[in-house]
Write a protein that binds this ligand. Structure first.
Ligand code: 26V
Length: 836
């Protein structure tokens, strides 16, 4: 069905087979007969890797020879998912491997799913970084990613059988060896922690830093192939390692625990990804991760730059560094430290270089997500708590000079405005004092951006108004997020990809690199044959998901029903609660109907997926409610034909690749002004799913592109939210008054219909009291929007047209466009074509 042979130029099946079998025998040391799917995956991956290595080498050699300006994407998270299928498609050898594996008695589909996801990220921010790497390589831009090689990625989510609560288990993704990384045991840096620093007395700001603890950073390179190009970029991940394996003295003295203690603390740094997004953990280990990673990355960039033999003053002409949120902000003070202490650059020039090098992307306006770092006391501490001590604790001794120079400049521009000075300070006063990472990121960067139009406005008006006044508007701008159409259409939805290629009469290699070409589909939206094929693809994808769910959960899923999906991290602002309360409302309505009435109702299957931060009590309670509601309604004989509900455990990139192509409608229902962008909204629309959502984040720009008549908007708008919150706090009105329908639903949950009498009260009370995310205010209009969805779906032809028009207008949301924005408007880097 999904043959891609049409555009394949280079399918040399015998040589692929030779390479795969060669790896079975000499790399895996196994016999080609009697091989299982896992073995076949490993051999196929090693064979593909051989090709990647060749391309990677010539790319890196070309970059070194041509010495272009480079950009570095610093992100603590890269949510890569699986690599094999992506590499096969980007190298244009998918069919060749498929055929070869068939001949060897395997199905490529079964082999592909043997791979574990590389899940080194929490959600949108980490997946965005992965899409940006794909687009950078595809556009032949000299961009590297820098991150950490966590031994354990995002935790595995289990749902407890008895009460439906979330449990967390470790994600040992490196258990089998990882064929996509190249250990670079020779690329090693020493990173210092603690110790003390002696400042020179010449007023230069220069210091000598010594003592403390040194940890080694070892590089692991992950190859990032571009689509339809030889260019293969690099993602360099650091692993921490003790400088000395163990302490021989303690060992000889018989104290074995002591002997390995320091080696344990060193290894701990890159042991695990922090699983909370939006709530900074405030743990010493997290700060250590941040310094370890930024120090190693900068040392590496500096070594590369020194190799070019350019004057240090030209550093920013050859290097641009994008900060993915505030997590890598210590890079600013670390570069300053290197320039001052190691290269003896005068302070003013050093600061100019720094502020020409860095660019800062903010990813949320939620106040609780803003990183402030507690001043941890100096190890040899004299009890002095100031910026110097704090930043010296983990590293660079130049926090204070930065802070002073900057305070002087602010004071000069706004003389005597003490309150403003306090707001703009790098230090949040109090006990203990804390460093405001966002303020440091703003002052140390050339440009600051948000991730969708509305969000970028809010970044300027809510987060940094003082800085907009201080620096002027031009320092602040917007780069709307994007997604890679290679993974999020071609790879996850081969049926649709093929239909698009057939319809546009363009090679897929063309439209996948220029997504605006999808507009060509508009001319076919009224063609009935095309509509039927379009609907058939969606139907197939729904059946694929139905089979998947049946296999995973042992329950039948009706692919005739409308599929309604909400998949994202659990968070109050994302309002999964609103969705589940809406499901209960629908269930109660169905229960109140006669069998005859029910027959006229649109059949619906609702899917949820997503992880809650382990310590986020209300989010975990929401999962528990969803699971227990599903247990009641899925076996209610009155309603089960019309409404069913699934919480799919352990949501991941790979699960998203099955869910997204199968959705008829998806939910993006954050309180207006809280979701910076959202990126799954783009993925659903690209796959012909429609949206129900609030006027928030990138939903707004999606509606601008596809037309408001193709999006189901509801709810209050951003400017009204603060007032409504104020009313709920100071002039509370009972839920019954505002929304009788919601009150009925809340009371039904309280009554214990879904078991666990009383346990949901803390969750329900977040709505009954305060209602910070204004669920009460939005509930009725949400229900109305869902009714509109049902009505629209009843006219199936019209629905299919909406679906086609939606996909056709998604060009803007390719991450290729986003990366072009960064490359041109921010980094000033140009593509480098690889020659052999
Ligand atoms: C913050 C923190 C705080 C410290 C602990 C670990 C951690 C991890 C991640 C974050 C960042 C939270 C911000 C975030 O993930 N924002 C999301 O970024 C997406 C990509 O721009 C965007 O689509 C989502 O709307 C936004 O919520």
């Amino acid at each position: 069905g999904n043959s891609r042979l049409t555009d394949v130029i280079n399918v040399d099946v015998p040589s692929i087979t030779k390479s795969v079998v060669g790896h079975v025998q000499t790399s895996l040391a196994r016999a080609p007969y009697n091989l299982d799917d896992l073995g076949a995956y490993q051999a196929a991956a090693l064979s593909v890797r051989d090709n990647l290595i060749v391309n990677w080498n010539s790319t890196q050699l070309n970059y070194s020879r041509k010495a272009p300006k480079r950009a570095y994407y610093l992100s603590l998270e890269f949510l890569m998912g699986r690599t094999l299928s992506n590499a096969l498609l980007n190298l244009n050898v998918f069919d060749g491997y498929s055929e070869s594996l068939n001949q060897l008695g395997f199905s490529l589909e079964d082999v592909i799913v043997q791979e574990r996801d590389a899940a080194l990220g929490n959600g949108g921010l980490g997946r965005l970084a992965a899409c940006y790497l794909d687009s950078s390589a595809t556009q032949e831009l000299p961009v590297w990613g820098y991150g950490l090689r966590y031994k354990y990625g995002i935790f595995q989510q289990l749902i407890k059988a008895d009460d439906g609560t979330q449990l967390e288990a470790p994600d040992p993704w490196l258990e089998h060896q990882n064929p996509w990384e190249l250990p670079r045991l020779d690329v090693v840096y020493e990173v210092r922690f603690y110790g003390s620093s002696q400042r020179w007395s010449d007023g230069s700001g220069r210091a000598v830093w010594s003592g403390g603890q040194e940890v080694l950073a070892v590089a692991y390179d992950v190859m990032i192939p571009g689509y339809g190009t030889k260019n293969t970029n690099n993602l360099r991940l650091w692993e921490s390692k003790p400088k000395r394996g163990f302490d021989l003295q303690s060992f000889n003295a018989g104290d074995y625990e002591r002997a390995v203690e320091t080696s344990n603390t060193a290894a701990a740094i890159t042991s695990v990804l922090y699983p909370n997004d939006h709530n900074p953990p405030g743990k010493e280990l997290r700060l250590k991760q941040q310094y370890f990673w930024t120090a190693a990355s900068l040392a590496d960039m500096m070594r590369r730059f020194k190799h070019m033999e350019k004057p240090i003053g030209e550093f920013a002409e050859y290097n641009a560094i994008q900060l993915n949120d505030t997590h890598p902000t210590l890079a600013i003070v670390e570069l300053l430290r290197i320039l001052l202490d190691e290269d003896e650059v005068p302070w003013d020039q050093a600061w100019t270089i720094v502020t020409n090098t860095f660019f800062f992307t903010n990813h949320t306006v939620l106040p609780e997500a803003l990183e402030v770092k507690v001043f941890l006391e100096f190890e040899n501490g004299n009890g002095l708590i100031d910026l110097d001590a704090s930043l010296e604790m983990v590293g660079p001794p130049h926090g204070a000079s930065t802070s002073e120079a900057y305070a002087t400049a602010v004071e000069k521009k706004f003389p005597g405005d003490r309150e403003r000075l306090a707001r703009m300070s790098l230090i949040e006063e109090g006990f203990p004092q804390q460093v405001r990472m966002a303020n440091l990121a703003v002052i140390g960067s050339r440009k600051v951006n948000g991730v969708a139009e509305l969000h970028s406005q809010l970044v300027q008006s809510i987060l940094f108004p003082d800085f907009v006044e201080f620096y002027g508007k031009s320092k602040f701008s917007n780069v709307t997020n994007g997604i890679t159409p290679r993974r999020w259409l071609d790879q996850c939805n081969p049926g649709l990809s093929q239909l698009i290629t057939d319809t546009l009469e363009l090679p897929r290699a063309v439209w996948l690199k220029d997504l605006f070409k999808l507009e060509g589909l508009l001319a076919h939206a009224d063609d009935e044959r095309f509509q039927r094929r379009w609907a058939a693809v969606k139907r197939q994808n729904k059946e694929r998901l139905a089979h998947f769910v049946e296999k995973m959960m042992g329950v039948k899923v009706d692919a005739d029903a409308m599929f309604d999906v909400q998949i994202k991290r659990l968070h109050e602002y994302k309002r999964q609660t609103l969705n589940i309360l809406g499901v209960i409302h629908r269930y109660l309505l169905l229960k109140s109907m006669t069998p005859e009435e029910r027959k006229k109702v649109n059949k619906k299957v609702v899917f949820f997926g997503g992880k809650a931060a382990p310590g986020y009590y209300v989010a975990k309670l929401t999962i528990r409610l969803i699971v227990n509601v599903s247990r009641v309604i899925n076996k209610d004989p009155d309603t089960m034909a019309y409404l069913s509900l699934f919480f799919l455990p352990d949501y991941s990139v790979s699960l998203a690749e099955v869910l997204i192509p199968a959705s008829d409608i998806s939910q993006h229902i954050s309180t207006a002004g809280t979701e910076a962008s959202g990126t799954s909204n783009m993925k659903f629309c690209l796959n012909g799913g429609l949206l129900v959502g609030t006027v928030d984040g990138a939903n707004i720009e999606i509606a601008e592109e596809v037309g408001e008549d193709n999006v189901f908007f509801f709810g209050h708008l951003t400017p009204d939210v603060d007032d409504l919150r104020y009313q709920h706090t100071y002039h509370p009105v009972p839920v019954e008054k505002k929304s009788p329908a919601l009150a009925h639903v809340l009371n039904t949950v309280s009554s214990g219909l879904f078991g666990d009498e009383g346990v949901y009260e803390p969750l329900l009370n977040t709505i009954r009291q305060g209602d910070y995310y204004i669920i009460t205010e939005d509930f009725d209009s949400y229900i109305r929007a869902l009714e509109m969805v049902d009505e629209a779906y009843a006219d199936r032809t019209e629905w299919i047209k909406k679906s086609i028009r939606t996909t056709a207008k998604m060009g803007k949301f390719s991450s290729d466009r986003a990366i072009q924005d960064y490359a041109q408007e921010y980094w000033n880097v140009e593509s480098v074509k690889i020659q052999d």
